[in-house]
Design a protein around this ligand. Sequence first.
Ligand SMILES: Nc1ncnc2c1ncn2[C@@H]1O[C@H](COP(=O)(O)OP(=O)(O)OP(=O)(O)O)[C@@H](O)[C@H]1O
Length: 238
Amino acid sequence: MSILAADALVVENVCLHYGAAQALRGVSLQAPVGQVTAVMGRNGVGKTSLMRAITGREKVSAGRISLAGRDLTHLPPHARARAGVASCPQGREIFPLLTVRENLETGFAGLPRAERHVPPEVDELFPILGEMAQRRGGDLSGGQQQQLAIGRALVTRPKLLVLDEPTEGIQPSVIKDIGRAIRYLRDQGRMAIVLVEQYVDFALELADRIIVLDRGTVVMQGEAAAMDHDALRRAIAV
Ligand SMILES: Nc1ncnc2c1ncn2[C@@H]1O[C@H](COP(=O)(O)OP(=O)(O)OP(=O)(O)O)[C@@H](O)[C@H]1O
């Protein structure tokens, strides 16, 4: 394994079980700050399970997860959030009855009082959130909800941003906005970004590193630019 930046996400030999069924079998990966690490693979290979292991929503049965040198493996999700882990989960989990503004403010919980404001980059990246500040989360389109989920994650000033299929069910113009936002956040160099993505062109456009899972194990990984894209497409083709 290569020598790591001290602020990276490091996943080592993680196993995860649902009862007797094993979803992850010794998965290891590293996601450095200032890079997008895309996790790809067919349906049901364990991508969401890996994201839930990283955010603490599922307990691992073996292995270790650390961020910036801090062991997170046995911390509950709220403690990982305080340690810098933010997630935009599959399904987005917007609070439908809260306003857009209130949804953003739910990100304040783990912050010191002086930092409880929405960072200006959220409005710059997603102006629609300002325009719709008083609308209920449930009234937003899927694409707007995805932007809100990313905005809410940014409110927590994360060191690690986990995005589980942000393009799923979203129209092309909003996919472009989301891609632009991810690229901007990567280039700011303040956070590691882990992206689960089925949409190959979007992943190839954004990813610095790609990891392919199959049946709970890593079957390909490397720098996106150096990868054989045809082999990649074959590895994830349904
Ligand atoms: N809560 C659960 N209980 C039992 N089995 C589960 C649970 N969640 C996922 N699984 C199983 O674990 C395996 C990995 O699922 P997971 O959702 O992590 O895959 P995925 O690659 O994210 O799939 P998709 O692309 O469809 O979201 C699958 O066989 C799935 O059926």
